[in-house]
Design a protein around this ligand. Structure first.
Ligand code: NAP
Length: 247
């Protein structure tokens, strides 16, 4: 599958490296705000970089065909490429976490014309942890639940992922315990306190490349989907259903 990458910053460059290493995918080009430098080396491959300019992007995508777009840029980009997702039925994986309601509605509408995955958290591990925690909460609503998040010393705010875990378990944000310690990249732990046992579900972030593993998973799952708008949770649940039914 040929990929057009939107955004090549801290996350995008790590994701591009993972996609380029994966034999299922080939990076066709990268689009950024500036379009500079004009070429980057990803692994051993030179990949062209173009500016995501509304005046020229349509011609670019027509002459440099790809099957899918993977977006790790900013919330504004979809206004430039969205029409071409619609026109060409391009598969879209967008990881942007800061869309407003109007942008989200627009992205949802693209699902009528293409297969679209939109996820503010795109790691397989965290999404799996949330799914497992929801299941356990359902099985044992009487267990006490606390969420522990640990991050590097400089991170000022409570982790958005921890808030999302709390929300999906219907527990109050007051159940989140935050620790700021040295250089920890990201630790999320959901602790279930039963009367006679304790269950701890733990996710440790190691490197940004984990976002690439999530994007690669999303692209491969979307291939088996109809046009539509999907969350990461939707894709995981489809996989679980397949596993349970053996189909
Ligand atoms: N869902 C997840 O799990 C997840 C994980 C990590 C990151 N993200 C998201 O990924 C995005 C990038 O994060 P980052 O840390 O890599 O940021 P970053 O280092 O600042 O990189 C941003 C990249 O996007 C490009 N860009 C920004 N706005 C653009 C626009 N309007 N049009 C075209 N290109 C644009 C920038 O191009 P220039 O360099 O030319 O300005 C740069 O290449 C953020 O929205 C973040 O929320 C999501």
């Amino acid at each position: 599958m040929k990929i057009g990458m939107i955004g090549y910053g801290k996350a995008g460059s790590a994701v591009a490296a993972i996609l380029q290493q994966d034999p299922r995918y080939q990076l066709g080009w990268i689009a950024t705000r500036s379009g500079l430098p004009q070429v980057v080396t990803v692994g051993h491959i030179e990949v062209p970089v173009v500016a995501l300019d509304p005046a020229t992007f349509g011609d670019w995508v027509d002459t440099h065909a790809v099957d899918a777009l993977v977006d790790f840029s900013g919330a504004a980009s979809v206004a430039v490429y969205g029409a071409h997702v619609k026109r060409l039925g391009l598969m879209l994986v967008t990881a942007i976490s800061s869309y407003d309601h109007l942008q989200l509605d627009y992205i949802r509408s693209l699902g009528t014309h293409a297969r679209v995955l939109c996820s503010p958290n795109i790691t397989v591990g965290i999404n799996f942890l949330i799914m497992a925690a929801k299941l356990l909460r359902d099985i044992a609503p009487f267990a006490d639940v606390e969420i522990l998040e640990q991050h590097f010393r400089e991170k000022p705010e409570v982790s958005g992922t921890a808030r999302k875990i709390a929300q999906s378990l219907s527990v109050d944000d007051g159940k989140i315990v935050s620790m700021r310690l040295g250089g920890i990249v990201g630790h999320h732990e959901v602790i279930f306190g039963f009367p006679h046992q304790t269950v701890r579900l733990i996710h440790e972030s190691i490197r940004r490349e984990a976002f690439g593993t999530g994007a690669a998973f999303a692209l491969s799952e979307l291939q088996n989907c109809e046009n539509g708008f999907y969350s990461f949770d939707d894709l995981l649940m489809m996989r679980v259903r397949k596993h349970l039914t053996g189909t």
